[in-house]
Design a protein around this ligand. Sequence first.
Ligand code: AMP
Ligand code: TRP
Length: 329
Amino acid sequence: MQRVFSGIQPTGIPHLGNYLGAIRNWVTLQSDHECLFCLVDMHTLTMPWTPQSLREQTLGSTACLLASGIDPKRLYNQSAVSAHARLGWIFNCVSRLGWLNRMTQFKDKAGKSRENHSAGLYVYPNLMAADILTFHATRVPVGDDQRQHIELANDIAKKFNHDMSIEFFPEIEPIISPEAARVMSLRDGNKKMSKSDPSEQSRIVLTDTPEEITQKIRRAKTDSEALPSEKEGLEGRPEAQNLVTIYAAMSDQSLEKVLSDFGGQGFGSFKQALADLLVEKLSPVATETRHLLADEHHLLQVLRQGAEHARNISEPIVQEAERLVGFLR
Ligand code: AMP
Ligand code: TRP
């Protein structure tokens, strides 16, 4: 059976983009794959953070993932399993500066002030490669924005294998669900929905109340034309495209079907239908998240057990990598 690994940063409550682009696919994969899901708290230190918010958001994300249906035995936080840091260091020494210089996520996050960012942000993709490869995982469900990082992980694996003259690390294949690989901001159809957007109106998060969901959808940016009946009519209309994509993904229907149902109608009635659908699907998750958050002890227990399971799998693999590079023990 192929092993599946994926990670999410505990930098805030997961949003609709995380849910449709990642979490929902993770839940589906659990039924017929061996899965590991990781709150990548070490990656969170690559951008400004506070200890208090990291603790809170790790617990909040744990509650959200469990409420979304993630198997508690499969969930843990990265810093609790030392293999990530150990293999990450080896990969810092395998990866090439030229490769890292091409990473678009680094360029986006560092912006113009490159010099002032942490060295961790620069080597972020090396740690991500270690996250996956320390389990010999071969399938990685992610949103479209992570494609380049997976390619880099494969370059690192290949170079390690080549340099050590052994086929030790397997090739990784991203699983990118085409339906909602890129959910966009509700305020700007050209920007990705993101936890770091200063406007809370730009995203729906998994703890939003029905009133908040409805209000955010009602205020979502649109244009003044009616919805088209065919896909081609969405071209050049990023906000309309985004809302229709969300509706299709949430209702497990094709874009064509949604457009044949709503084509010709104005946004008023479509937004109402979308808000109702989101409330129906997300409210149970929000209620369960709040319920789980009331018991911190249980959440910590889940993470500890998950870490033990992750350690059992990763430890022999990282030890073999350490032996291959020449470390004594
Ligand atoms: P992050 O919140 O950046 O840690 O992302 C966690 C997972 O959610 C990754 O697999 C991302 O690719 C995915 N993701 C994040 N934002 C979006 C988005 N706007 N649309 C689709 N997937 C997303
Ligand atoms: N970089 C990913 C993101 O921002 C999170 C992540 C870290 C990850 N390590 C991973 C995703 C390993 C998949 C596999 O979304």
